[in-house]
Design a protein around this ligand. Sequence first.
Ligand SMILES: [Zn+2]
Length: 208
Amino acid sequence: MAPARVPRIVQWLFPGYTWRIPTRERVLYLTFDDGPTPEVTPWVLDELARAGAKATFFCIGRNCVTAGTILQRIRAEGHAVGNHTWDHSRGRRMPMEDYLRSIARADAFTSGTVFRPPYGSLTRQQARHIRRTHRIVLWDVLSGDYDPRIDGERCARRVISTARGGSIIVFHDSLKASATLRKALPLVLAHFAGRGYRFEALPFATEA
Ligand SMILES: [Zn+2]
């Protein structure tokens, strides 16, 4: 099971990626990967609205075709949209050209300034190319919501015990993570709101 906190050494070894937004303020950056999903994303948006929270959605291009109205709602409610490739491509297993094409295709929907590689899988060469057009955003807190061995309460505890001001936290608005997310997200929102934290969209991801 992957640890909740990305080790500092890993973050230090890959300085070209955004892992966290350095700040002393009580602000957290929730991110939701793999949507938009009709069964899950509207619920996430309702929860965020209830908490007055903004977030960033790293969308799969292919899903944006079928869930276009949800994508519109994400934007209309003040959240940011990032690129997560066309079909959840795994960078290290793909030739450069195919991978870049997958990103470009998704860009038509995500109109991207930010990109998150699925599985965090990216070669250094791919990263060099992508950085010409996108900021590459990973995370410093992994909720583990996709892991069937982690239930909702444990998922929330992982986030609560690991996140600090400026943390970028990964959840998934996917069917696979849905049951865990539905328990964990309200707990996380309530915990941090009660301690004076606010939740914002990634600052450089907001479109003009
Ligand atoms: Zn993903």
